[in-house]
Design a protein around this ligand. Structure first.
Ligand code: PLP
Length: 389
């Protein structure tokens, strides 16, 4: 077979997969491994959503559906968005349901950008952004957001990276992996730049529900921002439905109609019966979400207290999402060596911060969406392992 296209040759292999592979091997050998590498809630999906799927299958909902999602799902999503976040979108024209937020973001890049154009993106970021930009033939320009700055996004860092090729700002709040939340004041400054420079804003709000002690603000709700913002969301985290592959985008019709075109030519539609199950999640899931988020806060609080008692590990308490992203530079190891050490000595699997962009350097990510008991055990074992260094 001939080589893949030139763009894809820039796509890194190895790294992460090596760590996952090693973790699986250790487990096969009978070693106790605590998986804190994957951003997947440990909860089962809600029963009422599963019942929805069963009923749909019995009724023969096994065929292609509307490209942009079945009408009852679009309606249920828009009702939930208004109920919980005050977002108002027309379920007929201003939403498209796709195979997870991952498909949504890739499709947005392919739809809205010309090859060679640039996306400004606060870094560290969700690792797929970088690879999707490579696939789309566009440039992801990293803007540092650093722990030494209290994870505050410095607007001047965005301004100085804008070029004539910049067309989009890609935000993610609450943030994976750093756990920060962009407040209204910060968002307003970003909105001002977007308006001044006529940029599209893609706002990845997959963790909108996982926010501890403050309000989630969508940049789309700020003055004159609705018409230039695409809001990306998913059932994956909020309803613990990562394997269902149901995500969606909310935005103005003139963008959604082209987004639908690209999506149609990739996946046609989301699995029919998964969509029917998701309807039930959006209709009846508020208590499920609230209970899960409360429990995740308990786990995050425990982990933060435990980590602050470990010499050398520096961390700021996450305000949202469900990741710890401590600074490990005091240990004088590379991120990968540190993760391997934790795996061998503590049986805890984490992800090197460099997987999340250039400014993830000096950090590792540990997902605290595992059981409370696992978190307690992991904290104890990490403290013990690091105490030996
Ligand atoms: C910030 C962020 N965006 C998007 C996604 C993708 O979510 P989905 O499962 O809906 O594709 C993830 C998954 O981890 C994520 O962390």
């Amino acid at each position: 077979m001939k080589d893949c296209n030139e763009r894809l040759k820039a796509m890194p292999f190895g790294g992460l997969y090596e760590i996952f592979g090693r973790a699986n091997k250790l487990e096969e050998q009978g070693k106790r491994v605590i998986h804190m590498e994957i951003g997947r809630p440990d909860y089962d999906s809600p029963d009422f959503a599963k019942e929805g799927v069963k009923k749909a299958l019995d009724k023969g909902q096994v065929h292609y559906t509307d490209i942009n999602g079945i009408k009852p799902l679009r309606k249920a999503i828009c009702e939930k968005e208004e109920r919980r976040f005050g977002l108002k979108y027309d379920y007929e024209t201003e939403i498209s349901v796709m195979c997870g937020a991952a498909e949504v973001i890739g499709v947005i890049m392919l739809t809205m950008l010309n090859p060679g154009e640039e996306i400004i993106c606060p870094s560290p970021f969700f690792s797929a952004y970088r690879e999707q930009a490579i696939i789309a033939g566009v440039k992801l320009v990293e803007v540092p957001v650093l722990m030494v700055d209290n994870w505050e996004l410095r607007i001047e860092e965005i301004e100085k990276r804008i070029t004539k090729n910049t067309k989009m700002i890609l935000l993610n709040s609450p943030n994976n992996p750093a756990g920060y939340v962009l407040d209204k004041e910060n968002l307003q400054k970003i909105a001002n730049i977007a308006k001044e420079r006529d940029l599209i804003v893609v706002s990845d709000e997959c963790y909108d529900e996982f926010i501890y002690g403050q309000e989630h603000v969508s940049i789309s709700t700020l003055e004159d921002m609705r018409e230039r913002t695409l809001v990306v969301k998913s059932t994956s985290k909020s309803f613990s439905m990562t394997g269902w592959r149901v995500g969606y985008v909310l935005g103005p019709l003139n963008a959604i109609k082209y987004i639908n075109k690209v999506h149609q030519n990739f996946s046609t539609c989301v699995t029919a019966f998964a969509q029917w199950g998701a309807v039930e999640a959006f209709k009846h899931g508020d208590n499920f979400i609230d209970d899960m988020v409360k429990e995740f806060k308990r786990r995050g609080d425990y982990l933060y207290d435990a980590f602050t008692k470990i010499d050398g590990l520096k961390m700021i308490k996450p305000k949202g999402a469900f990741y710890a992203f401590p600074d490990i530079t005091a240990f004088g190891m590379t991120e990968t060596d540190f993760c391997n050490y934790l795996m061998d000595e503590a049986g805890v699997v984490g992800v090197p911060g460099t997987a999340f962009g250039d400014y993830g350097k000096g950090h590792i990510r540990l997902a605290y969406c595992r059981s409370y008991e696992d978190i307690v055990e992991a904290c104890y074992k990490i403290k013990e392992a690091l105490g030996k260094l």
